[in-house]
Write a protein that binds this ligand. Structure first.
Ligand code: FAD
Length: 464
């Protein structure tokens, strides 16, 4: 059987590896538009060591992802964070990150002390007395719209958008509850099923209680929330490429898939294939599918992308940098350009071993690409100025030894309140088209474990 995979990002390479496990004699060709593999995983050779400029970590809860990395022989490469807390910068001050709640949505105002006005605090604590939320278990709502309506703008603009924005590069207004905080949606669904009045504060209180009960009943020491690879994500994507034994064609921009008799051909790539797996970002996948799966292509066009930029900075000295993992910045904070700082050498002991300080500044959100397009020198200046303003750390005086600016145009799909329905429509339309399947961040979730799980499942389907 001959397989074509379009895209050599995490989904494409994982699928290639998985296909090799399932069909050892298969011919697998991976077509990648860029001159390198990895997609949004991109490890850059800083002089001080390999450093990630795309994804830098993954959520460490999923046993399937851990087992997968072990199977690849990467168990010894996994590293864990220092456990230092993160901060939020809002109203010109640094605050502790809320320790409870759902992506910054609290059960009571106490969780956001210092971050919200007294009026907002009173509103949160009275929310359970308001008429219930009209929650439809078959649908989704905008996170921003719901939290604004129930708690007020402060909660969204000072806290929730910065937490969600750190993952999705979108403000809470552009994200769906079920799409991005599925555990909260599940509690809402249960409240509807139980005939309870649905309120935000009661739902988040239930989530806090469930988490506390899970912690209390577990005999195991709590696992670190995040993990990463000592040598950066290159360890993962290089291993996947190597062990897949696939032919990887770089510089191969695929513009469309065509069906010729029983076989598929790719515009921009040579060969005839029995099966094709599309792992490109949604708008590109829509274009590639237009001839063979017009309905799926049409639905997929609705998925929009969010852009961002990352400025990686290595300083000779770490003196004066706060003892924290990172800082998220409120979306309505005046006079600050960055949306977040990862204090990488504070967050990760293996990066601290390099000496000095490593800091990543992030810029840009869905709908506002101006910063992502800014001149490189300006982005570096914004990063240094913001860092000094927020923490007092003077990066210029600390010796800025290395800089890398990475722009991620269309880096992440927007998981808005219609996203899950769109994905369901695309998948349903594709069931009518034999031999073609899809995987990747828009289809399976943006986190690395979700992308891996989705790509493995897709490989299993097309191997049949
Ligand atoms: C800045 C940033 C930080 C992130 N941080 C984290 C994190 O810390 N933890 C986490 O879990 N997740 C993180 N993510 C998300 C995660 O990195 C992505 O969801 C995941 O890597 C996406 O993998 P993918 O294979 O679906 O897509 P991609 O990586 O986009 O791969 C798609 C591939 O298709 C190729 N392609 C595009 N068009 C064509 C074409 N016409 N022909 C052929 N090939 C084409 C692309 O060049 C690319 O290589 C982050 C994402 C970004 C942008």
């Amino acid at each position: 059987m001959k397989f074509a995979i379009i895209g050599a990002g995490l989904a494409g390479l994982t699928a290639a590896y998985e296909l090799r496990q399932l069909a050892p004699d298969a011919e697998i060709d991976v077509f990648e538009a860029e001159e390198r593999i990895g997609g949004k995983l991109f490890t850059v050779p800083f002089e001080s060591g390999r450093t990630d400029m795309g994804a830098e970590a993954f959520i460490n809860f999923r046993a399937d992802a851990r087992a997968f990395f072990e199977k690849l022989g990467l168990a010894d490469s996994l590293v864990y964070p220092s456990g230092l807390r993160s901060l939020i910068y809002s109203g010109g001050q640094l605050h502790q990150m809320p320790a409870s709640g759902a992506m910054g949505i609290p059960a009571t105002s106490a969780a956001l002390e210092g971050l919200i006005s007294p009026e907002t605090a009173a509103r949160i604590d009275d929310e359970a007395n308001q008429p219930g939320i009209d929650w439809d278990p078959a649908s989704d709502l905008s996170v921003g719209a719901l939290v604004r309506e129930r708690y007020g703008d402060d909660v969204v603009d000072h806290v929730v958008s910065s937490l969600l924005g750190g993952v999705y590069s979108c403000s809470a207004d552009d994200l769906g509850i079920r799409a991005t905080i599925p555990a909260l949606a599940a509690v809402f669904d249960q409240m509807v099923a139980d005939g309870e009045k649905v309120t935000l504060s009661a739902a988040v209180a239930k989530m806090d209680k469930q988490r506390a009960a899970a912690r209390a009943s577990s005999d195991e020491a709590p696992k670190p929330v995040f993990a990463a690879f000592r040598g950066g994500y290159a360890e993962l994507y290089e291993e996947l490429a190597e062990q897949s034994g696939a032919r990887i064609h770089l510089d191969s921009f695929i513009s469309a898939i065509e069906k010729k008799g029983e076989k598929f051909q790719l515009k921009g790539g040579e060969g005839e294939f029995d099966r094709v797996l599309v792992t490109t970002p949604a708008p590109t996948a829509a274009a590639q599918l237009r001839l063979v799966a017009p309905e799926a292509s049409k639905a997929l066009k609705q998925v929009k992308l969010a852009s961002s930029a990352v400025v990686g900075m290595k300083f000779d000295s770490a003196e004066g940098l706060p003892e924290n993992s990172g800082i998220l910045i409120a979306t309505d904070e005046p006079g600050v350009h960055a949306k977040a700082f990862t204090l990488s050498s504070k967050k990760w002991p293996h990066l601290a071993e390099r000496g000095g300080a490593l800091v990543r500044a992030s810029f840009g959100r869905f709908g506002d690409d101006a910063l992502v397009r800014a001149e490189e020198d300006d982005l570096v200046d914004y990063a240094l100025d913001d860092l000094q303003k927020i923490t007092g750390f003077d990066g210029r005086a600390a010796g800025l030894a290395e800089i890398f600016v990475q722009r991620w145009f269309g880096g992440l799909p927007r998981y808005d309140a219609t996203h899950l329905a769109t994905v369901a429509t695309v998948r349903s339309a594709l069931t009518a088209v034999d031999g073609i399947d899809v995987a990747g961040a828009w289809a399976d979730g943006v986190g690395v474990p979700a992308v891996i799980a989705g790509a493995r499942a897709a490989a299993g389907r097309i191997a049949k």
